[in-house]
Write a protein that binds this ligand. Structure first.
Ligand SMILES: *[C@@H]1O[C@H](CO)[C@@H](O)[C@H](O)[C@H]1NC(C)=O
Ligand SMILES: *[C@@H]1O[C@H](CO)[C@@H](O)[C@H](O)[C@H]1NC(C)=O
Ligand SMILES: CC(=O)N[C@H]1CO[C@H](CO)[C@@H](O)[C@@H]1O
Length: 141
């Protein structure tokens, strides 16, 4: 690659990722700690995030069978929790776009609300891959 092409490539990479990041296991752990998720359930949360979004803060799901979509790190559903319009609303009082940014403050607050109401059972990713399964080792994070 010549320098110019490389510069363009770099610019593209920066632009693409400025608003969404993909976190690895320790990246997820640190991000969740910073949001005050409780340490005693941390490996469950990390497992949930790994299986729901693969750590990708900008992930929007394909359309679910019931017509809804899931957004962000925690794959939060737009049927009840976030507003797909440009006005914040629904139970988390946010837009779904708010749940796709690399600042996961709103997504985290919303996920805690979902958890408060339904526990981890609200997430298929947790039920299918984490419940009664070995959880990720985050002891080095
Ligand atoms: C729609 O489907 C998604 C994913 O399967 C699920 O999370 C959500 O709770 C469903 N919503 C309703 C209203 O059934
Ligand atoms: C929803 O959030 C907006 C700011 O985004 C705020 O002005 C409004 O009071 C909130 N509504 C509720 C019901 O919390
Ligand atoms: C598809 C996927 O991300 N699966 C992950 C679910 O969680 C387990 C435990 O952390 C991982 O090992 C899988 O890779």
């Amino acid at each position: 690659m010549d320098k110019f092409v490389f510069a363009l490539f770099l610019l593209g990479a920066l632009c693409c990722c400025s608003n969404a990041v993909r976190l690895d296991r320790c990246g997820i752990t640190r991000a969740l700690r910073a949001q005050g998720f409780p340490e005693d359930k941390m490996s469950d949360w990390v497992c949930l995030v790994e299986n729901e979004s693969g750590g990708n803060t900008g992930r929007k799901s394909r359309q679910n069978k019931n017509g809804s979509y899931d957004y962000g790190l925690f794959q939060i559903n737009d049927k009840y929790w976030c507003s797909a319009s440009s006005t914040p609303g629904k139970d988390c009082n946010v837009t779904c776009a708010d749940l796709l940014t690399d600042d996961i403050t709103k997504a985290s607050q919303c996920a805690k609300k979902v958890f408060k109401r339904h526990g981890f059972m609200a997430w298929y990713g947790w039920r299918n891959h984490c419940q009664n399964k070995p959880l990720p080792d985050i002891s080095k994070c």
